[in-house]
Design a protein around this ligand. Structure first.
Ligand code: SAM
Length: 287
């Protein structure tokens, strides 16, 4: 007797009132409740492996470059010759892998709240983290990032806040107090870059942090990227610094710095880098 077709299994993310985004789950790879969040990793024919935390799509094998390249290479190429980097969150290792592509990097500290995210990324998300966690330049600290920046004596050229959205454990990473502590941990002319979700469905994830960043930084500039996994429009990152690197970075400088990386981008180009700060009107009105 022919087997009845398996009923299809779809994974759904609520993206606003009366709006959902769903992906076929062709194979469930990992599902567990960690001490901090619900973790799900599944395979999808279009996106490859997809990571979910607390029912929110985080990243996928296929489109991770549109997120990690713009979070990492935009500030790294703006500053040039970045030596010391702090990553808050980023347990999937994607951000870390991209930071390590820059030969100027001497030391990266990754501060992740949930060790189980790192553990399964090393096991199941090699396309994202590669061998990044094994790199001798890397040190991993399991802690709340907001506590780490309060207490550390280290100084960094660049701080990348690769967190979940401002709900649950990630909420503390969007406060004025956290940004003031980040400012204290930055070397002269350094920068912080935050991830600020998708303004179409979560506008306060940009408007409130921008106001908070402005309490500590003179140059606060959101910029956009388009991540296919994040439905309902572009997502935003926010650059914040008390230096002038962003104003000084022209397209020729960016091209020469980018050419020095042995790396074929999925998404980043120097032209797109500069254009990314041109915001759609509905996003510009939020800041
Ligand atoms: N949003 C990214 C993307 O779209 O590619 C992926 C983000 S990464 C998976 C988010 C990480 O932030 C998670 O591993 C989560 O455990 C971590 N996180 C959340 N709150 C944190 C906190 N307060 N301190 C440190 N890490 C935190």
């Amino acid at each position: 007797m022919a087997e009845a077709p398996q009923s299809e299994s779809w994974v759904v993310e609520d993206i606003g009132e009366g709006a959902r985004f769903s992906l076929l789950e062709s194979e469930l790879l990992q599902e567990r409740q960690t001490a901090f969040q619900r973790l799900r990793l599944f395979a999808n024919p279009t996106f490859g492996k997809v990571l979910m935390l607390d029912d929110i799509f985080q990243t996928s094998e296929r489109d991770e470059g549109s997120y990690h390249e713009m979070l990492v290479h935009l500030p790294m190429l703006t500053l040039g010759a970045v030596r010391r980097v702090l990553i808050i969150g980023g347990g999937d290792g994607g951000t870390l892998r991209h930071v390590l592509l820059h030969p100027s990097v001497e030391a990266v500290t990754l501060v992740e709240l949930d060790p189980e995210v790192i553990e399964f990324s090393r096991e199941h998300l090699g396309a994202l983290c590669g061998q990044a966690f094994e790199d001798p330049r890397v040190s991993v600290t399991i802690a709340d990032g907001s506590r780490f920046v309060q207490e550390t004596d280290e100084r960094y050229d660049l701080i990348l806040v690769d967190s979940t959205d401002p709900v649950g454990p990630g909420k503390v990473l969007f406060s004025a107090a956290f940004y003031a502590d980040c400012k204290r941990c930055l070397a002269e002319g350094g920068a912080v870059v935050t991830q600020n979700a998708v303004p179409f469905s979560f506008p306060e994830a940009l408007s409130e942090p921008v106001e908070a960043l402005r309490q500590s930084f003179g140059d606060v500039a959101p910029y956009v990227t388009t991540v296919p996994l994040f439905a309902v429009g572009p997502m935003v990152f926010c650059w914040a610094s008390n230096g002038t690197a962003r104003q000084d970075a022209d397209v020729e400088t960016l091209h020469s710095r980018f050419a020095a990386l042995d790396f074929e981008a999925y998404y980043y180009t120097p032209e797109l880098h500069l254009a990314a700060f041109a915001l759609p009107a509905y996003i510009a009105r939020l800041i």
